[in-house]
Write a protein that binds this ligand. Sequence first.
Ligand SMILES: *Cc1c(COP(=O)(O)O)cnc(C)c1O
Length: 391
Amino acid sequence: MNFELEERLVQRKAQQLYRHRVILDSPQKPEAIVDGHPCLMFCSNDYLGLADHPDIRAAFQKASDVYGVGSGASALINGHSRAHRQLEEELAEYTGRPRVLLFSTGYMANLGTISALLNPGDALFQDRLNHASLLDAGRLSGARFQRYQHLDMENLEQRLKKNKARRTLVATDGVFSMDGDKAPLKELITLTRQYQAGLMVDDAHAFGCVGKGGRGSLNENGLSVDEVPILMATLGKAFGTAGAFVAGSEALIENLIQFARSYIYTTAMPPAIAEASRASLKIVEREDWRRDKLTANIRYFRRNCESLGIPLTASESAIQPIHVGSIEKVLRVSKQLLDLGVLVTPIRPPTVPAGSSRLRVTLSTAHTREHIDRLIDALQSIVWPKPEQAA
Ligand SMILES: *Cc1c(COP(=O)(O)O)cnc(C)c1O
């Protein structure tokens, strides 16, 4: 056997692309214990501060007393519990869609959905900066697969014009995971209608955070199931639990139950996770103050960065990337932040395109003004010269 295991690692290190995992000894909260040291975290996707919420923990504990821990089998064998069914029904009602199907992870939801709907000979168009799971799903489906320029509807239309496939799907992140900017949903709907294509929105980063009661990007834009037939969202980010779901028509969901291999051939999520997600859904829907505080935190962070000359992008979401450029620089800056007790994981290729390495700062309802001040102080002290020094 010669897989060049050692050589590949040496090369990965030489390219400064080697990944390490930090170890947490605390819940997912701004003030955490990272690699044995107290640390302030600005890279979690726990946008609403729910990952350690007492009601959600209690629901999880109680459900494990009722159902035990493991679900025991795939959903089509006997792993589909009352808890799963109730969460599906509640998410359908919440999203205003006929039906919902739970998946164990968002990665699997995207893989299963796209590969169930498309076959070789069909066509798939994706934003160039879509999440890796959507891109991988495209590859797995065997469909003819094109990536259009980020947010560029003219570029998409040129491609759709030339497309002759019988079945065509356009897939996009609602809020882009590494950039925090939003897909032009209204324009996407116009184009998909004009060219008779399906539309799928992965709302992992907006679900819980925007729209009435946290219903996400589609609700924020008043979009119906006819306009966006396939909605996917995750429960491991703003919802603070784990797993994901697809919401759409009765026929779509039945097709996924029959044909989505990442649904069929995997153990169902633990029922206690489903119960915890039901508890989370109640909080997400009811507690507008969490979204209001998140929005206030985002504004506060941006206002302060702007006045100090720390370069931001146009993102309005909880994802606030600071572009650094080279791999070397992002590693250095991230290390310097960590030395100051602030964790912002560096984001490098291939997660983002070459030359666009960045600090992906994420904000949460759980951050206080004081936390954000500490981040800004740290950023200011090491990354960018103070405005009076810049020239
Ligand atoms: C995180 C994420 C996923 C994957 O979800 P998991 O539940 O973490 O597997 C899919 N799409 C987007 C846009 C994401 O950010």
